[in-house]
Design a protein around this ligand. Structure first.
Ligand code: GRF
Length: 213
């Protein structure tokens, strides 16, 4: 079984996409063993609880330092057999201890085509506002491996979405979530679980199905 820990902060639509793909058999031999939210009372918490998944709230504000928060997250996972951490809208930067403990085993979904419209402060609706303000004709989503900075790790998958003349940030966000994020995040999990992904420096190499034999 390939075991996931999913970190969330909000609506949980990406968590739901993973749950749905597990339920419909697209993600075989893959389980979500725990969900960690950065704050209480999220829709993501309801989704995890409806699915009977062990759930924790880990609020950064309850720890006196980023180091203590980093230690608490690392400790929580230490005695659990987690193969991959999936950041699905998690709003906190992970500390170096956790990133090191799970080097190349943490992925994030970002709602733009990195390196466009990413980095510190560009989260939620903001990447979509920035895309519209810039006037790009394509936006989309990116799944990348997580390192010690925001949105800078090796890119694994990207999927584009056409920007329409009458788009608002909210309309673009909805289309990017539905037509990009919720497709490439489960795909990325399946590829990693199948051992199809190799990281070579800044780049990822995706092996064909039979290349890994
Ligand atoms: C998504 O847009 C994701 O790209 C970003 O945060 C949002 C999370 O949405 N990182 P949800 O909580 O999965 O609905």
């Amino acid at each position: 079984m390939f075991r996931l820990a999913v970190f969330v902060s909000g609506g949980g639509t990406n968590l739901q996409a993973l749950l749905d793909r597990i339920a419909d058999g697209t993600l075989e031999n893959i389980s979500i063993d725990l969900v960690i939210a950065s704050k209480p009372g999220t829709r993501a918490q309801q989704r995890a609880e409806q699915a009977g998944i062990e759930f924790f709230v880990m609020e950064r504000s309850r720890y006196e330092s980023t180091e203590a928060f980093d230690q608490a997250l690392t400790d929580l996972l230490a005695d659990r057999p987690v193969d991959l951490i999936v950041l699905a809208g998690f709003m906190c930067l992970l500390g170096p201890q956790l990133v090191q403990a799970y080097r190349n085993r943490i992925i994030n979904i970002h709602p733009s085509l990195i390196p466009a419209f990413c980095g510190h402060g560009l989260y939620g609706i903001r990447p979509h506002q920035a895309a519209l303000e810039y006037g790009v004709k394509l936006s989309g989503a990116t799944v990348h491996f997580v390192d010690e900075q925001y949105d800078t790790g090796p890119i694994l998958l990207q999927k584009s979405v056409i920007v329409r003349n009458d788009d608002t940030a909210e309309l673009l966000q909805k289309r990017v979530m539905e037509e990009a994020e919720q497709i490439i995040l489960p795909q990325a999990v399946r590829m990693i679980a199948a051992g199809q992904v190799r990281i070579e420096g800044r780049r990822t190499v995706i092996l064909e199905e039979n290349e890994n034999d």
